[in-house]
Design a protein around this ligand. Structure first.
Ligand SMILES: [Zn+2]
Length: 216
């Protein structure tokens, strides 16, 4: 299992290319921008991209989905509960002038597979499973890769968590989702949607929001 991290777009979203070095089958998590750079990497590594896995549908996680899907024919997996964000105006209007600048770039082809609780896809001998973790958006998911990695999107960050003040956000649900992650058995590498990386055990020990969540 190889995972390459890319920081894409104006907001600095973490996009991850996952692939198996033997079969060269792969998937990409949250291609939020810079489609040319990502496609160049996929091409250089000779990866056959099977899936585009989305932790949620905020614009900074999906702006390169259209271009990558057209180039690779990979299947887009995302929660139906975030479908309200598939429309450019609805997605970008909360961001005012900055959002209006991005209207021309908004290019989302829709979902091929709706991610629900426990939805699994396999590629390159690996299994990616969706855990519904609403709060940041109604359709936010954590993507569990085998028993080793959690792609936590904008739900769990290193020592922080995602904002809940955008349309569809819900602080009470965020706390429930953080509690759920706290209670997952075992340890995982935590690869969030923004900023630094972590482990679940490190977050259990010292993430102030996760600790608030378990205090109830
Ligand atoms: Zn977000």
């Amino acid at each position: 299992m190889k995972i390459k991290q890319f920081c894409v777009g104006d907001i600095g979203t973490n996009c991850y290319l996952i692939y198996d070095e033997a079969s060269l089958e792969g998937a990409i998590v949250d291609p939020g921008d810079n489609a040319d750079k990502l496609l160049n990497e996929i091409d250089t590594l000779h990866v056959t991209l099977k899936y585009i896995l989305l932790t949620h549908a905020h614009f900074d996680h999906i702006l390169a989905v259209g271009a990558i899907k057209r180039a690779t024919n990979a299947q887009v997996v995302v929660s139906k509960k975030d479908a309200y964000l598939f429309d450019a105006a609805a997605s970008l209007s909360p961001f005012g002038a900055y959002g209006r600048q991005l209207m021309d770039q908004f290019d989302f082809p829709g979902a091929d597979i709706w991610a629900e609780e426990g939805t699994e896809v396999t590629f390159g001998g690996m299994k990616a499973k969706f855990l519904c973790t609403p709060g940041h958006t109604p359709g936010s998911c954590v993507i569990q890769l085998d028993d080793s990695v959690l792609f936590t999107g904008d739900t769990l960050f290193c020592q922080s968590c995602g904002r809940t003040d955008l349309p569809g956000g819900n602080w009470r649900e965020m706390l429930q989702s953080l509690k759920r992650l706290y209670e997952l058995p075992g340890d995982y590498r935590v690869l969030p949607g923004h900023e630094g990386l972590s482990t679940l055990e490190q977050e259990r020990t010292s993430n102030p929001y996760m600790l608030q969540a378990i205090r109830g």
